[in-house]
Design a protein around this ligand. Structure first.
Ligand SMILES: Cc1cc2nc3c(=O)[nH]c(=O)nc-3n(C[C@H](O)[C@H](O)[C@H](O)COP(=O)(O)O)c2cc1C
Length: 310
C-alpha cells in the first residue's frame, strides 16, 4: 500500500470482484440510459458507471414537468422511464466491448421480476446488479416495496439466489429506520448497500397554485440531501459488515471525504454531474488526492469510518 510520504495517495479500490481506478461511480439515472452517455462518464474518469434503472417492459415515465431546480439541489419525478430490459441489451452490447465497469440497475414490483432482470443484466455483462428499492415517485415500485425489512429481504434473497454477480441494495432514506433495511439486505445476501436514493419532496408555485412537478411530488437530490446521506451512511456503518456505497450531494473531494469518514467504501455521483459536467470525475479525484496528501493519508481505508467511537 503506497504511503503518502513516499508518493501519490492510492485511491484505487478492489471492491466486490471489481477493480476500480478510483471510488467515484456514476449514480443511476443521471445520464440517461444510452451506452454513449455512460461511456462519456467512464472516459471522463468515473471508476464505474451505474445504468438507468431498467424494468421488464418499456415505460414512458411521468408527464412533464419532471425536473425542478432548487437553490441547493433539484427535484425530479421522472417516473422510471426506460426502454425495457430486452431493448437495453443493445446498449449493454456496446458497453461490453469496452473496459467500462458497468453496474446494472433494475426495478420491478415483485421478487421474481427483480430476479429475471438481474439474470439478464448478468448475461449482458454487468459486473454487479443494483436493486432500486428506493425510487420515491413511481407507484408500485421503489420506496413502496423497499420500505419494510420483510420486503427487502424477500427481494434480495430471490436475486442473490439467481445470479453469481454481486447484488447491491439501494436503500431509501424515506424511513425512520434505515438500519433495519440494511440489515435485512445483508442477511438476505446483498454484497453491499447503496445509500441514499432521493428524498421525497414537494414544492408549490404560489402564482399558478399548483405543485411544480406534474407528479405533485418527487425526489430531492444534490447538496441539500448531503447531511441526510452522511447520517444514513454513519448509521449503517454502525450495524453492517458489508460495504456501503455513499451517495447524495457529493460535488467535491471534501464531500467525498465526509462520506468516507462516516463509513463509505465507494461513492456515487449524481446531481453534480449535471452541475459540474462529466469532468467532475477528474476534479473529484484531484481534490480527494490533494486532501489525502495534505493530511498524510496513503490509502482510502485509513480514513474509512474514522469518526465512529472505537
Ligand atoms: C434525474 C434523476 C434520475 C434518477 N434516476 C434514478 C434511477 O433510475 N434509479 C435510481 O436508483 N436512482 C435514480 N436517481 C437517484 C440518484 O441515483 C441518486 O441516488 C440521487 O440523485 C442522490 O445523489 P445526488 O445527490 O448525487 O444526485 C435519479 C436522480 C436524478 C436526479
Amino acid at each position: 500500500m503506497p504511503n503518502a510520504k513516499q508518493g501519490e495517495p492510492d485511491i484505487g479500490l478492489d471492491f466486490l470482484d471489481m477493480k476500480l481506478n478510483n471510488p467515484f461511480i456514476l449514480a443511476s439515472g443521471i445520464l440517461g440510459e444510452t451506452a454513449d452517455l455512460l461511456l462519456s462518464a467512464f472516459k471522463a474518469g468515473a471508476g464505474a458507471v451505474v445504468t438507468k434503472s431498467i424494468g421488464l417492459e418499456p415505460r414512458d415515465g411521468h408527464r412533464n414537468p419532471t425536473i425542478y431546480s432548487t437553490p441547493d439541489g433539484m427535484m425530479n419525478a421522472m417516473g422510471l422511464p426506460n426502454p425495457g430490459i430486452e431493448d437495453f441489451k443493445r446498449e449493454m452490447d456496446v458497453l461490453r466491448k469496452t473496459d467500462a465497469v458497468v453496474i446494472g440497475s433494475v426495478f420491478a414490483s415483485k421478487p421474481n421480476g427483480f430476479s429475471i432482470l438481474a439474470k439478464k443484466m448478468q448475461d449482458y455483462g454487468a459486473a454487479a446488479v443494483e436493486l432500486n428499492l428506493s425510487c420515491p415517485h413511481a407507484r408500485g415500485y421503489g420506496t413502496e416495496i423497499g420500505s419494510t425489512p420483510a420486503s427487502v429481504r424477500r427481494i434480495v434473497k430471490s436475486v442473490a439466489g439467481s445470479v453469481s454477480i454481486p447484488v447491491l441494495a439501494k436503500l431509501t432514506p424515506n424511513t425512520s429506520d434505515i438500519c433495519s433495511l440494511g440489515l435485512a439486505a445483508q442477511e438476505a445476501g446483498a454484497k453491499a448497500v447503496v445509500a441514499i436514493n432521493t428524498v421525497k419532496a414537494m414544492r408549490i408555485d404560489p402564482l399558478i397554485k399548483r405543485p411544480v412537478l406534474a407528479n405533485r411530488y418527487g425526489g430531492l437530490s444534490g447538496s441539500a440531501v448531503k447531511p441526510i446521506g452522511i447520517r444514513c451512511v454513519y448509521e449503517l456503518f454502525e450495524v453492517l459488515t458489508i460495504p456501503i456505497i455513499g451517495v447524495g450531494g457529493i460535488a467535491t473531494g471534501l464531500d467525498a471525504v465526509e462520506y468516507i469518514m462516516a463509513g463509505a467504501t465507494a461513492l456515487q455521483i449524481g446531481t453534480a454531474v449535471q452541475t459540474r459536467g462529466v469532468k467532475v470525475f477528474s476534479y473529484l479525484q484531484d481534490e480527494l488526492k490533494e486532501f489525502m496528501r495534505k493530511e498524510n493519508y496513503g490509502h482510502l481505508s485509513e480514513m474509512r469510518g474514522i469518526v465512529h467511537e472505537p
